[in-house]
Design a protein around this ligand. Sequence first.
Ligand code: HEC
Length: 224
Amino acid sequence: MNEIKYPAIIIPQSQRTKGDLNGDKMTLDLYIKIIMIYFALFTSGLSYAEQNEINTNDNIDVLFNFGRPATTEEIKKWDLDVRPDGTGLPLGKGSVKEGEILYAAKCAFCHGINGKGGINGRLVADEGEEFPQGIIACGFECRTIGNYWPYATTLYDYILRSMPMNAPGSLTFNEVYALSAYLLYLNKIVPDNITLSASSLKEIVMPAHDKFVPDDRLEYNEVH
Ligand code: HEC
């Protein structure tokens, strides 16, 4: 068996200098240089951080001389994540009818009338459109709320924090319930007379719910 003595990084044979008997040696020299430069930068960065203890607010002030710690009120405004099981859903409610009006005014010019054919992502699945199994490169073309999203609660979370794209954070909790209801209705997941709130939204089972599994493989290193 051929033992690999050095370096730990292996490159294809074709990348070695052609016709150069010292090909191996030259490649190794280059790697050593790269590693030395990397170390020099990394360790100097560390000692800089250590010397200045830049992870405390006081020292950030001294270092950059601008900004201030966020207030509890400000943090509360941004701390709005809704989990798949519905944890974090705020109080409020909204109907499909209310959502239809809001959608026409605030969303249709990017996502198209009825959630299709706009300049940005399609939000509504076509009749009978399947889960895009195995299609990796199709992006928003084949991944819609109706055929791809595993949780209705994520729709609420997404709209609340990021839509409309030109004014994220501008919608009220009730408006987000109404828009979620309307988009779920367009995807034929709820009827047109429904009013959604936290308790009813988290009960909705999406068509793609069973297409996802938690990644609990233990034979590989965990990567976060
Ligand atoms: C200025 C353009 C613009 C407006 C207005 C806008 N969006 Fe979006 N929206 C985007 C872009 C860009 C994305 C991310 C990429 C994509 O899906 O095209 C997106 C993504 C989304 C997605 C996720 C789509 C997916 O399957 O990943 C949802 C849901 C959504 N928008 C809902 C809304 C709602 C509801 C409104 C109205 C309140 C709205 N958007 C208004 C541009 C916009």
